[in-house]
Design a protein around this ligand. Structure first.
Ligand code: SF4
Length: 239
C-alpha cells in the first residue's frame, strides 16, 4: 500500500516518436521557408552565368573560393572559350592563367578541361539535364550537379553547401553534419516546389547574417523560430 502523503513515481514524459519528430521538423521547415521567402524574395545564384555550361564551369571554380572571385575571372574565360568545344581544345597552361585567382588552379583547369572533353564526346556538346549523368563528370559531385539542375534547368534540387549545412543544423532542420543526410532531411521536410529557392535563400542568409563564427542573431529575421542549436557552445568555446 502507498503511504499516505507519499506520491507514486513521477510519470515520465513520453518522448516523441519518429513520426512526431518528422511532423515537427516539417512544421519548422515550413516556418523557416516562409520567413526566408519574405526576407529574400528574389534570392538567386550569385554566380554569373548565361548557360548551363557556364554555370557548371563557374560552380566547379567556386570550390574553396568566393563567388565574387569566380565572377571576376569567368568573363575573360568565356570570351576566349565560349563553349565546351572551344574549351576542350584549349591550351591547359592558358586556362590555368585565366583561372589562377580562384585557387587550386591546376586541379580546377584539369577538371574543367576534362569536363569539356566529356561533354563534347559523350553528350554532343550539351550539358546533360540529368543528375546521374552530371555526377559522372570530373569535378561534379552531388552539390554541383544539384546547383545546375535546380538553377540552370529549373527543376527541384537541394544543394548542401557549407551554409546550407550549418544553418540547417542551427535551425533544427537536421541533426546531421553529413551533406547527404542534410539533403535527405530537407527533401523529407519541404515540398519540392521550394527546394531550389530555399537553398539559395539559406546561402544568402548564411553569407549575410548567420555567419559561421559570429551569427548576427540580434538582427536575424529567423530568430523567433530558431533554436540556435550549437550557437551557445560556439561562444563558450572561444572563451
Ligand atoms: S537566430 Fe542566429 S543562429 Fe538562428 S538563423 Fe538567425 S543568426 Fe543563425
Amino acid at each position: 500500500m502507498e503511504a499516505k502523503g507519499v506520491k507514486g513515481p513521477a510519470r515520465k514524459l513520453a518522448r516523441p516518436n519518429a513520426r512526431e519528430r518528422a511532423a515537427a521538423r516539417r512544421e519548422q521547415a515550413a516556418a523557416i521557408s516562409e520567413l526566408l521567402a519574405r526576407t529574400y524574395p528574389d534570392a538567386d545564384c550569385e554566380l554569373d552565368y548565361r548557360s548551363a555550361w557556364e554555370l557548371l564551369v563557374a560552380t566547379i571554380l567556386s570550390a574553396q573560393c568566393t563567388d565574387k572571385m569566380v565572377n571576376s575571372v569567368t568573363p575573360a574565360l568565356f570570351e576566349e572559350y565560349p563553349d565546351p568545344r572551344a574549351l576542350a581544345s584549349a591550351d591547359p597552361a592558358r586556362v590555368e592563367v585565366l583561372i589562377k585567382k580562384t585557387g587550386f588552379f591546376r586541379q580546377k583547369a584539369k577538371a574543367i578541361l576534362t569536363c569539356a572533353h566529356r561533354v563534347v564526346d559523350e553528350f554532343g556538346g550539351e550539358v546533360p539535364d540529368d543528375f546521374d549523368a552530371l555526377t559522372t563528370l570530373p569535378g561534379v559531385g552531388r552539390k554541383t550537379a544539384s546547383v545546375v539542375i535546380g538553377t540552370a534547368f529549373h527543376r527541384p534540387a537541394v544543394f548542401v553547401d557549407t551554409h546550407v549545412k550549418r544553418l540547417s543544423k542551427r535551425l533544427g532542420l537536421t541533426r546531421s553534419d553529413e551533406p547527404d543526410d542534410v539533403e535527405r532531411d530537407l527533401k523529407d521536410s519541404l515540398p519540392d516546389s521550394v527546394w531550389t529557392a530555399f537553398c539559395h535563400r539559406m546561402i544568402h542568409h548564411g553569407r549575410r547574417v548567420c555567419f559561421a563564427r559570429k551569427p548576427a542573431c540580434d538582427s536575424c529575421t529567423l530568430a523567433p523560430r530558431c533554436p540556435r542549436i550549437g550557437v551557445e557552445s560556439l561562444g563558450k568555446s572561444k572563451r
